[in-house]
Design a protein around this ligand. Structure first.
Ligand SMILES: [Zn+2]
Ligand SMILES: [Zn+2]
Length: 231
């Protein structure tokens, strides 16, 4: 009975807190990305375009404005966000603060993926700066895993080609140390959006046991609730 009750309390719709629009290198304008996500059966979506010091004050206010205008016309929760990308670690705290003050409700830091030459120390700086999520954290160290747990910063399992190469390591180490996980698509095109069933299969393929899967979806829900509480 308890098992059935738990299954019913977890929504079967996808929560995806890492996607890109044409405001960085995605293919879709925000409204189309939102429409595609709605049509794909999403429950919640964050638009988190790549930002650095050059474009942060250009992009975030526009994403905020688009979402404010469409909010009452869509059936899904849409959150303005940002992905702080290839920024020298010592500049990350200021940019996280700036992103939040501009209205980003989900702040992702583009983590130390093995698919790109991300500067060492980026994962650490993201945790220190209280980012919400470190995307594709690559071969994150034990010290950083423990620090992420302490600061309640979520690590990402990703469906994105290349970045997903380290999913197995991230899943194993996060489970070992009790670090919160979420699963996102890092969508750049409409075909990158996935169903929750596919998300579940990706988590299982990363080596996560079936009985731990719901806790990952629950954590995504908590991230959305926390984001909605931000003023
Ligand atoms: Zn990224
Ligand atoms: Zn991304």
């Amino acid at each position: 009975m308890l098992y059935i009750f738990r299954r019913l309390t977890v929504s079967f719709r996808m929560i995806d807190l890492h996607t890109h629009s044409i405001f960085s290198d995605g293919e879709l304008i925000p409204f189309e990305l939102i429409r595609r996500a709605e049509d794909a059966g999403y429950k919640a979506l964050a638009i988190t375009d790549h930002v650095d010091a050059s474009n942060i004050d250009f992009i975030i206010p526009r994403i905020v404005k688009a979402i404010d205008r469409i909010r009452s016309s869509v059936s899904i929760v849409v959150l303005p966000g940002a992905e702080i990308t290839h920024v020298p670690p010592k500049m990350i705290p200021d940019l996280v603060k700036e992103a939040r003050s501009l209205g980003a409700r989900i702040v992702v830091v583009h983590g130390e993926t093995i698919a790109e030459p991300v500067i060492k120390g980026t994962n650490r700086a993201a945790i220190e700066a209280d980012a919400d999520i470190i995307s594709h954290p690559g071969l994150i160290s034990t010290e950083d895993l423990l620090f992420a747990k302490e600061k309640n910063v979520s690590l990402e399992i990703t469906s994105r080609k290349g970045h997903s190469l380290s999913n197995g390591y991230v899943a194993k180490e996060a489970m070992r140390f009790g670090v919160p996980l979420c699963i996102n698509t890092d969508s750049h095109s409409p075909s990158d959006l996935i169903t929750k069933e596919t998300a579940k299969r990706i988590l299982l393929a990363a080596g996560i046991e079936e009985n731990r899967i719901d806790s990952i979806f629950e954590n995504a829900k908590h991230l959305v609730e926390k984001a909605l509480r931000r003023t």
